[in-house]
Design a protein around this ligand. Structure first.
Ligand SMILES: Cc1cc2nc3c(=O)[nH]c(=O)nc-3n(C[C@H](O)[C@H](O)[C@H](O)COP(=O)(O)OP(=O)(O)OC[C@H]3O[C@@H](n4cnc5c(N)ncnc54)[C@H](O)[C@@H]3O)c2cc1C
Length: 424
């Protein structure tokens, strides 16, 4: 295994990635597989061992087709399908207040499915399997980062017990509370949604029909994400003050509340697994880049998870950064230069802001009932369902079929051929 604990201060690393979550591991892999010398720092070792008996995990992501493509191109997709994942073929959204509803199906889009529900640990394990198999990537586990300097055309990271690590490009992929973002003095625009998401896996009386069901109520949305015939991952959005109440309910009472929140769309909930709750905050870094530094994933932005876009946007950041760095290297330029990294920032920041704002517009529209808003809300879903261009646009967003997709995520063949021999 390529874990190192010493002599890493002698080298100048092509890239140092802090955070080996789904997004950071993707950056490390995309660059490592192209022969770049990458050091990946992660707080916790990831267990890549797998057993069918493993209980379903609380954290689940709905991956878009674009994310699938990125993971396929990096050779990590087979590690997902060989563990556990579920393709969903439809989405059904309806509103508590009106009879409005909208239905998307893979069939009408001419697609085999609309995406996949996958446990986060499965995605991370599949990526780490590839990281461990890549000779260009070295791992440093459980680092204590003391300071960061950006000077002399390099980033310098002072790690306790190790010393100064120097690199052409430092990537902050260390999540929503990013230490790298803070050490780089990058400001943050934040907004408290005053909502929490209660998540977990449940079994329902009626089959899921491979569909993601989402109901809008005035407290917030409720969603069943299909994970199997009778199995769903739930996302139940509640005002933050109800978080402890939801966590403290007995399993029986929780099952009843979930059945009610879904308006019994899949009958009663008959079994519940472990649950967890997360307060929700929108965050957007004022800058994604500085000279020799770039932020990706939750370190750069967090978003309301109602449309399941967070990690999908993060994977697009990763793919765009990989492409920017590799293109600069190909052109013989330094990939840590501000002018190079700005291309990545321009590519991704606006796109992420649009998705953040559209989630907020949905949240605003469906949260309260008042006059004009109620009238508009009553008309929106039926209209969107009937109006083919609007429906196709909404669907395109969900599938991540944007114009400016990075090569790794494009549905065409990646323009960067892998240097290692792995197949996807
Ligand atoms: C309730 C909920 C539901 C969601 N559902 C979806 C969904 O359906 N689809 C979707 O696309 N997104 C979803 N998201 C969002 C998604 O979970 C996040 O966007 C995603 O986990 C971000 O990945 P990341 O790798 O950027 O950050 P993280 O997953 O936070 O990973 C950061 C990594 O950095 C490590 N780290 C942190 N600090 C340091 C340090 N100082 N040194 C070394 N390592 C460090 C951590 O150990 C961790 O491994 C959801 C979010 C929530 C809250």
């Amino acid at each position: 295994m390529n874990v190192i604990e010493q002599n890493i201060t002698d080298a100048i690393w092509d890239v140092v990635v802090v955070g080996g979550g789904m997004v950071g591991a993707t950056v490390a892999l995309g660059l490592g597989q192209q022969g770049m010398k990458v050091l990946l720092l992660e707080r916790q070792a990831v267990d890549t061992a797998w057993s069918e008996e493993r209980p379903y995990q609380v954290r689940v992501s709905a991956l878009t087709r674009a994310s699938e493509k990125i993971l396929r191109n990096l050779g990590a997709w087979r590690g997902i399908t060989s563990r556990r994942c579920h393709a969903f073929s439809a989405m059904h959204v309806w509103d508590d207040l009106s009879s409005g509803e909208i239905h998307f199906s893979a069939q009408e889009m001419g697609e085999p499915n609309l995406g996949y529900t996958v446990e986060n640990e499965v995605i991370q394990a599949a990526l780490w399997e590839q990281v461990e198999a890549c000779d260009s990537i070295q791992l440093l586990l459980n680092p204590t980062i003391k300071a960061l300097r950006l000077e002399g055309g390099k980033a310098w990271l002072d790690v306790e017990g190790v010393g100064d690590i120097q690199t052409e490009l430092l990537v902050g992929a260390d999540g929503a509370l990013s230490q790298i973002r803070q050490l780089a003095y990058i400001g943050l625009d934040t907004h408290d949604y005053e909502q929490c998401a209660v998540v977990g896996c449940v079994k329902t009386e009626l089959p899921t029909e491979d569909t993601c069901w989402q109901r809008y109520t005035k407290d917030g949305p409720f969603a069943y994400l299909s994970m199997g015939e009778h199995l769903s991952s739930i996302a139940w959005y509640l005002p933050t003050e109800k978080m402890q109440w939801a966590l403290n309910l007995s399993d029986q009472a929780f099952a009843l509340e979930i059945s009610k929140a879904s308006d019994y769309r899949l009958g009663s909930v008959v079994e519940v697994g472990e649950r967890a709750a997360f307060p929700l905050t929108r965050r957007h870094a004022e800058h994604y880049v500085k000279s020799n530094l770039a932020l990706v994933g939750d370190a750069a932005h967090t978003i309301h998870p109602q449309a399941g876009q967070g990690v999908n946007l993060g994977l697009l950041d990763a793919a765009a950064l990989i492409e920017t760095v590799l293109s600069a290297r190909l052109a013989g330029k330094s990939w840590g230069r501000y002018s190079v990294l700005r291309k990545y920032e321009r590519w991704r920041r606006g796109d992420n802001a649009i998705v953040q704002r559209s989630m907020e517009a949905f949240d605003w529209l469906f949260k309260q009932d008042s006059g004009l808003k109620t009238t508009f809300r009553k008309g929106f879903l039926p209209l969107a369902n009937r109006l083919t261009p609007l429906k196709n646009w909404l669907m395109g967003q969900a599938l991540n079929g944007r114009e400016s997709l990075p090569a790794l995520a494009s549905l065409k063949r990646s323009k960067f051929t892998r240097l290692d021999s792995g197949k996807n």
